[in-house]
Design a protein around this ligand. Structure first.
Ligand code: OGA
Ligand code: MN
Length: 357
């Protein structure tokens, strides 16, 4: 599902969805003399719900394809005429809420027993963000049994016998070259996902209920229930059971996909955007349907329920340049927290909350 830079030559290359992904993806202009420059992309067809909200507030006007959803929510909720079950709530999260969920996404969501993409190689890693602040290095202890991802906690044996642990940089240098190590800051930059609540097993593409897990944190649960309301049948309440947190750095993409592992598709997926602005593609039920492109900004929330759950979607682009990223407000809020500031300037986080059963 995740994008890579290798050339794709199979049939998926020719679908309408794939063509649009390629149109918006980050490519660099080949010019060896100057610093590499992102290739210019025509953004004129990208739907901009922030500007729709502005015009709606000013004079009640909206483009023909955009509708206002009649629901008792405390701010306008928009839909698309051609995509029933899709909801867009621009600026649904206040800046304080965004900061709070960015902090949690970095400091608490990747904590064991929650799994991350790093589990497969290193086993569970505790306190990654603290280790970044302390400039620590994850080091392999060669006397321990090899810690391949073997299921329950990602380690052979119990969590105490993990092969990898954080050390001071100096102590690694003094050990010489032979021991394998990776800095905490590199691990943070390569963090691609973490899972909350019921743990999703990417290799089997299903929820593995036997993996140890914590409930979704209560405040996130309450927030998701509130945000899901416009897409829920009258009188029913959304039950958040799992969340996937995606972390994007410059050039990272989320390829076109369906989220089809949840039992009841009438329940919405609640998707919150944090950090750098991105382009989201919403296709149709076939990869041959040309997708609509739209901007996702920090604080925007998207709901996909019912028929929209059968629509291919993905993220071909995040913007990390000053002009397009639109992170200035967040940067002001994190001015005393340098490591978060550095991270969020060039990253996007997506918290994707689901009811599984
Ligand atoms: C997903 C997903 C969209 C986004 O995680 O399944 O579709 O905005 N994420 O990152
Ligand atoms: Mn998805």
């Amino acid at each position: 599902m995740y994008g890579s830079n290798k050339a794709v030559t199979d049939d998926t290359d020719r679908t309408e969805f794939r063509k649009t992904e390629k149109k918006y993806k980050l490519y660099y202009d080949q010019n060896s003399k100057r610093k590499k420059q992102p290739k210019q992309v025509d953004l004129s067809e990208v739907l901009d719900f922030k500007s729709f909200l502005d015009s709606y507030h000013q004079n009640g006007e909206l483009p023909p394809e955009i509708v206002v959803v009649d629901c008792r929510f405390d701010r306008p909720v928009f839909g698309l005429e051609s995509r029933p079950g899709f909801y867009f709530i621009p600026g649904a999260l206040s800046v304080d809420e965004q900061c709070r969920w960015i902090r949690d996404s970095l400091m608490s969501f990747p904590q064991p027993p929650n799994r991350t993409n790093h589990n497969a190689i290193y086993g569970p890693i505790s306190d990654l963000f603290a280790a970044v602040k302390e400039r620590k290095v994850l080091v392999e202890d060669e006397n321990m049994p090899a810690g391949l991802d073997s299921g329950s906690n990602g380690c052979v044996g119990n969590e105490d016998t993990c092969r990898w642990s954080f050390c001071e940089e100096d102590s690694v240098l003094s050990r010489g070259r032979s021991c394998k190590s990776v800095s905490a800051s590199v691990l943070l930059r390569k963090l691609r996902w973490s899972t909350l609540g019921l743990q999703f097993d990417w290799s089997k593409r299903n929820y593995n209920v036997s993996l140890p897990h914590n409930k979704i944190p209560d405040e996130l649960c309450q927030l998701a229930k509130k945000l899901a309301a416009p897409a829920m049948p009258m009188g029913e309440e959304f039950q958040p059971e799992a969340a996937i947190v995606n972390y994007f750095a410059s050039g990272d993409t989320l390829g076109g996909h369906l989220d089809d592992m949840e039992a009841d598709w009438s329940k919405p997926i609640v998707s919150m955007s944090l950090g750098c602005k991105a382009i989201f593609l919403l296709g149709g039920k076939s990869r041959e349907d040309p997708p609509l492109a739209m901007f996702l900004r920090s604080g925007d929330v998207v709901l996909m329920a019912g028929e929209a759950r059968e629509c291919f979607h993905g993220v071909p682009r995040i913007f990390t340049d000053k002009e397009n990223a639109e992170t200035t407000t967040l940067e002001l809020h994190f001015c005393d927290e340098n490591d978060i500031l550095e991270y969020i300037r060039t990253s996007r986080i997506n918290v994707n909350i689901r009811q599984v059963f």
